[in-house]
Design a protein. Structure first.
Length: 458
């Protein structure tokens, strides 16, 4: 097997990403070699604002511009404005494709510790200065033991941070240089050990394959999210690890061959939007295209990512299916609000909607009616027992079954929780959901166990 040469130093390659703390965006940068971090609040998500934040928190604060900046496919990083800023300083940018999001894990894995440190410092100091709290949080993470006990501050500055008066004085420049050299050598050993271990555990690799593919041949493309091969497509050019392919004509917009030079109102507008992972409620992405019919077919000078419009899930059918099942099993009944005893607490209800097998052709909607009984004062008096077998019991049954030659079967029972025929020992009244189209002044009296209610499930 072969190992990639990872002899890199501080400020050689950094990973940048936009994250959110308390619904406010900030730029988070992590050095690949030392895991040293920096962050800066963003007033907006424009390319110029992101670049200015990167200059303030990293380029103008430490050793100048890095050699490589790794970023995701967000429009604020892939825009020509941001790329031009990098070219002016001699920085090489590497865009992580949408279907290779795991490559951004170097910076994304530190989002949670940064949020945690920020919340703790904010709670302890009671300060309202966001910039001060963020700087303290970054300082705390950089001064915390990182890879196998090595502190990122030691790798960058060659000295441990001083925490009190009892700490030794600051070392000299020569001492710091030796400390940095020894620490980086130790980091290289640790990385080589992990690479060798990972390579030995790999069954059929890794192996380096020379990309000597002739242009113009038909190739297949593996779509990560769809779990299938698509194509064939014509190979137009190879740019290091990226391949430029020709899309079929039927994938182009319908008005590709129409002359729209006289209709400026139909021209696509460039809109600035958040990256895909931050847009929870927006599933459609627009593909900007040129409408010049005379342009020859050449490899694009920018990387274009195609996304399919995702339909918003419709939970009306799944909710109605859930209600029909509950009515069929006699889980609840309608009662007049005048018949409810005085002083009895009336709980609320809501639907929990989940999209199962999301991102696959087998995706389907699933809804469950849940009673909001989390603050039920009488639930402590109810003895609850789970019918689910424990994992330790499963591991014990498997070897016993193999020894005795037994067969194992698994079953997924629809609405298994509410299959109990035992009635509730107490009266619980619930405000019915809107989907029931119930008459006014009527409530639901729960007769059998339902999600959210503490009940004895033997």
């Amino acid at each position: 097997f072969t190992l990639r040469d990872n002899t890199i130093d501080f400020n050689h390659s950094i990973y940048v990403d936009v994250m959110y703390i308390d619904e406010h965006p900030l730029l988070h940068a992590v050095d690949e070699a030392t895991r040293f971090q920096a962050a800066r609040w963003l007033a907006n998500l424009s390319s110029s604002n992101v670049w200015n934040a990167l200059r303030i928190c990293w380029i103008d604060s430490y050793l100048g511009p890095p050699e490589i900046i790794n970023h995701d496919a967000g429009t604020n990083f892939t825009s020509s404005e941001f790329q031009q800023y990098n070219i002016s300083l001699g920085i090489e940018t590497k865009e992580i494709p949408v279907e290779s999001a795991n490559s951004m894990g170097i910076v994304e894995r530190y989002h949670k510790p940064l949020r945690r440190a920020y919340s703790i410092i904010k709670e302890e100091t009671k300060s309202t200065d966001k910039n001060l709290i963020l700087q303290m949080a970054i300082k705390a993470i950089n001064d915390t033991a990182g890879l196998d006990g090595i502190i990122p501050t030691l790798l960058v500055f060659g000295a441990y941070p001083r925490m009190s008066r009892l700490d030794p004085p600051a070392p000299s420049i020569a001492t710091r240089a030796k400390a940095i050299q020894k620490a980086m050598a130790e980091v290289s050993k640790l990385r080589l050990q992990k690479q060798v271990t990972a390579a030995l555990r790999t069954r059929n690799g890794p192996a380096s394959i020379v990309q000597n593919i002739p242009l113009g041949i038909d190739i297949l493309v593996w779509r990560t999210h769809r779990k299938q091969w698509e194509g064939p497509f014509k190979l137009l050019s190879l740019e290091r690890e990226n391949a430029v392919i020709q899309l079929p004509s039927e994938s182009l917009p319908e008005n590709r061959g129409q002359d729209s030079s006289n209709s400026p109102e139909d021209r696509p507008q460039l809109t600035k939007r958040l990256p895909a992972r931050y847009r929870e409620n927006e599933a459609n992405q627009n593909l900007l295209h040129t409408q010049d019919t005379d342009c020859p077919l050449y490899p694009a000078t920018i990387t274009v990512y195609l996304t399919h419009n995702k339909l918003q899930p419709n939970f009306a059918y799944s909710r109605q299916k859930e209600l029909d099942g509950l009515i069929l099993r006699g889980v609840f009944e309608f009662v007049d609000i005048q018949a409810v005893p005085p002083g009895v607490r009336i709980f609320k209800s809501r639907f929990v909607d989940i999209l199962k097998l999301a991102g696959t052709p087998q995706a389907f909607e699933k809804s469950r009616l849940v009673i909001q009984g989390y603050n039920d004062s009488e639930k402590s008096k109810v003895l609850t027992q789970s019918p689910t077998i424990q994992r330790s019991s499963q591991r014990l049954l498997f070897p016993i079954g193999l020894i005795k030659g037994l067969n194992f079967y698994t079953r997924d029972i629809t609405q298994a929780y509410i299959q109990s025929k035992t009635s509730l020992p107490r009266d619980i009244f619930v405000t019915p959901p809107v989907e029931l189209n119930h008459p006014p002044n009527f409530l639901l009296k729960i007769l059998k166990p339902l999600h959210g209610i503490a009940a004895n499930m033997k």
